[in-house]
Design a protein around this ligand. Structure first.
Ligand SMILES: Nc1ncnc2c1ncn2[C@@H]1O[C@H](COP(=O)(O)OP(=O)(O)OP(=O)(O)O)[C@@H](O)[C@H]1O
Ligand SMILES: [Mg+2]
Length: 258
């Protein structure tokens, strides 16, 4: 089982869209995929038509005393519109966690512990992280083998990325193995100077981490979310899906030269 997290301390850069798009493409080639929603806003949970205000069971339960038993973890998992994708949903209650968790030791590994119970059931796990550096993002970073960092190609986006890269270095000091990560430019519009300039800057500043795939602005993502379908099920030929397919090839075979 491979675990990938999607994170950036900046909001609205395409994190949830990236996790769902990659999940759809992995499921399409026959992998069993689990999506984990660690964002208290529950955008991923809402995407699949569950209400994060109403759910009885959610990832919040993993942070309760004795929350990480195999049985408990199974109870959290929901079906989605795609038969090969399951969801561990978020609940709004997650927002209260940051305050509670700082006083409790070992809270940074709850998600990693939960996923150990699911080793045999899934090939890929994709974790969606909130745009805040707190106990939830720390859980996502501690549980994953690879980190995907979407960055909006616009003015000021690079500042947010700088902060995220500092966080990764900080986390690496506590890890046995360094966390590999891939920076993915998103919302690219080659007609705007801001997009072109920021992509050029990314090439200059992070050549070794930058994905060859650049995700364009594509309204099809919104259409897919309105239907609760993964983008590749709605329109496999769209430019956005093509970009994520290229990203996925890079992630699966990092050595492959395109
Ligand atoms: N490449 C794209 N082109 C056009 N729209 C997009 C693209 N990627 C995402 N969107 C849309 O932009 C909005 C924000 O995207 P998304 O929710 O994936 O960002 P996020 O980083 O998860 O945000 P948050 O920080 O709030 O969790 C959504 O409505 C989504 O459908
Ligand atoms: Mg999100």
């Amino acid at each position: 089982m491979q675990v990938w997290a999607v994170a950036n301390q900046k909001g609205g850069v395409g994190k949830t869209t990236t996790a769902i798009s990659l999940a759809g493409l992995l499921a399409e080639v026959g992998y069993r995929v689990l999506l984990v929603d660690l964002d208290p806003h529950g955008s991923m949970t809402s995407y699949f038509r569950y209400d994060p205000d109403e759910l009885g069971n959610s990832v919040y339960d993993l942070f309760m005393p004795a929350g990480v038993t195999a049985e408990r973890v199974q109870e959290l998992i929901l079906e989605t519109s795609h038969e090969s994708i399951r969801l561990m949903p978020a609940a709004t209650a997650l927002a209260t966690l940051e305050r509670k968790a700082v006083t409790q030791e070992g809270m940074g590994l709850q998600v990693a512990r939960a996923l150990r119970h699911l080793q045999a059931e899934y090939d890929y796990v994709l974790i969606d992280s909130p745009p805040v550096l707190g106990v939830l993002m720390v859980n996502a970073l501690a549980a994953c083998h690879h980190l995907v960092v979407p960055v909006q190609t616009e003015f000021l986006a690079l500042k947010g990325l700088e902060r995220m890269v500092r966080t990764i270095h900080m986390i690496n000091r506590a890890r046995k193995h360094k966390l590999p990560f891939t920076v993915v430019p998103t919302f690219y519009d080659r007609r705007t100077q801001a997009s072109v300039n920021s992509l050029r800057e990314l090439h200059k500043l992070y050549p070794e981490y930058l994905s060859k795939a650049v995700v364009p602005v594509d309204t099809k993502f919104r259409n897919a979310s309105l239907k609760g379908m993964v983008p590749s099920s709605l329109d496999a030929g769209s430019r956005g899906v093509h970009a994520y397919a290229r990203l996925l090839r890079n992630l699966l075979e990092p050595q492959e030269q395109e």
